[in-house]
Design a protein around this ligand. Sequence first.
Ligand SMILES: Cc1ncc(COP(=O)(O)O)c(C=O)c1O
Length: 410
Amino acid sequence: MSKGFSTACLHGYEDFTSNKAHVLPIFASSSFMFDDLDHGISIFTKKEPGHVYSRYNNPTIQTVADKIAQLESLGTGIESTAFLTSSGMSAIYIVMQSLLKPGDILLAQKKLYGGTTELFQKSLAPNGIQILSMDLSDTNAIEQSLKSNPGIKAIYLETPSNPTLDIVDIRAIAEIAQKYNVQTVVDNTFPTPYLQQPFLYGVDHIIHSTTKYLNGHGNSIAGAIVSKHTDWMQTTVWTQLKLIGATCNPFDAWLLYNGLKTLALRMDRHCTNAMAVAELLESHPEVAAVYYPGLKSNKGYDIATKQMTRGYGGMLSFELKGDLPAVKSFLKSIQLATQAPTLGDVDTLIMHPATSSHLNIVKEERIKEGVTDGLLRMSIGIEDTEDLLNDIQQALDKIRVIIPGSGNPS
Ligand SMILES: Cc1ncc(COP(=O)(O)O)c(C=O)c1O
């Protein structure tokens, strides 16, 4: 058929699927073609595999989601399904919205990423879901709560927690939850499946902010929901995801896919460097406290050693004795840590929680959560260890010059 100019511009391209690209291609297509009416019906009704519309799913997105499910399940003998979402926050929202209905109670860890606590208070609570926050390191108290509140339908935890790196015992919590028929959700963003596989300890669902370590290069925002309840994922969760329209986009999924290739190498280096930095910080007179689960002095060390099988991660926080003036001095002197409100990138990042993630929290409240004016959170990168140590040492030493006597041992 001869074509006019506009028609020629619009129609026909080579089918590149036969070219067998070595690297996962980006399927930047909002929809997928049907051969005929019957083909369309059988794909729509899932009788035959295939894609329909990229808000529903897409070959690039699904490949990356499947990879994350594979990593969370690897060696556990537990099958899982994953979906990629537009952010870590939408992953948390969709999984909670799929698990809970108005009148249900969510038992949430007190110390969580600030955005998660805010999401529970400002999005779930107005939808009729009651939030009960407590210290999940007290397993007797958890059992008492489940006994006296049959309305509790899910427990939400994060370990290590952001920003104070608190550790809770995943297996102990999951065992109590199972006894009372309560679902468990773990945010596995900090450790990643390389260091910690919550399915091994009896957890039902895992969420990730893949924006962080799974991507590792700070160039995409996305999240993941991974669950061993595979039928529930394909029905309830997928329905929420496609109707709310919170699916990840193919480009961000593709960036994440590239980052995943080096996850193991990066995490090993993050762990080695973070341990060395934590030890340096612990020995310095300007530092009041160091929060890193790999330090034997850390109260979560024994549990972390049990459940973080390959290392303690790249995140740590520490408190400077000189409070805000010392924080300002340290931030002015440090050269290899960029001040940016994210974590898990290959380069070292630093953040002052009191004036960023916790800025809108009443001072007394945040101090109760361990977020003092002197607290700094570092995401330790994969730079040469010696360079990081030298830089941190010089920045700490300068505090004493700027604020004489600030670090007198106490
Ligand atoms: C532990 C944790 N979970 C979830 C999130 C939310 O992820 P996102 O920013 O990708 O929505 C964050 C963000 O910092 C986080 O630190």
